[in-house]
Design a protein around this ligand. Structure first.
Ligand SMILES: Cc1cc2nc3c(=O)[nH]c(=O)nc-3n(C[C@H](O)[C@H](O)[C@H](O)COP(=O)(O)O)c2cc1C
Length: 181
């Protein structure tokens, strides 16, 4: 089983990254044969979808001079995607939205269909519900199999370590992923 964790935060070691890494650690602990990889979108260049619609014919994105392609290739290879975002203005952050929008090129032939997905959102106070809905919209459109979600509450970097409920949920969902067929 190949599990890919993607954090959309520009903070490569921020709260979202921490929670996703916790999930991946729990997977590895419960299933020694699982291969887990973590990717932060922080520090990566991901241009927005231009809406050119050329991918409808070409079945690939015409933008090739950024980092989206190499991360999307990893996503196509995984069995389980753990995708997370910090909450910005009651929704996902811009970097993950750019990443998601660019997957339109994979949607036409449903190249992500049948993979499992776990969604993660970290907010300082509120807005995680809507961010999770946005991630679920992406997952539903691509016909992922929804395997659950984790919400964290943290504002400053590292504060997620104080959210005992989120850490517990992360460990539980990691175990669940480890036992997915
Ligand atoms: C531009 C911006 C917008 C934010 N909007 C919200 C918000 O709407 N609701 C909220 O509870 N927290 C909001 N926050 C706080 C972040 O969600 C919080 O700091 C989170 O822990 C950051 O995660 P990260 O460390 O993974 O980047 C915002 C932070 C920034 C920088």
């Amino acid at each position: 089983m190949n599990v890919l964790g993607i954090s959309g935060s520009m903070q490569a070691n921020g709260n979202t990254a921490y929670l996703i890494k916790m999930i991946l650690e729990a997977v590895t602990e419960a299933n020694a044969e699982a291969t887990c990889e973590f990717v932060s979108l922080g520090g990566h260049h991901i241009y927005p979808c231009t809406g050119c619609l050329q991918c409808r014919e070409k079945k690939e994105c015409t933008i090739t001079n950024d980092d989206w392609g190499q991360i999307a290739a990893k996503m196509q290879e995984c069995d389980v995607l753990v995708i997370g975002t910090p909450v910005y203005y009651y929704d996902v952050c811009g970097q993950i939205k750019n990443f998601i929008d660019r997957t339109y090129s994979l949607w036409h032939d449903r190249k992500l269909s049948g993979k499992y997905v776990v969604t993660v959102a970290v907010n300082g106070d509120c807005g995680a519900d809507r961010a999770l809905e946005t991630l679920e919209g992406f997952a539903n459109a691509h016909e992922f199999i929804y395997a659950g979600s984790v919400t964290g509450k943290a504002f400053l970097p590292g504060e997620i370590k104080d959210d005992a409920a989120a850490l517990e949920d992360a460990a539980a969902i990691g175990k669940k992923i480890a036992n997915l067929g």
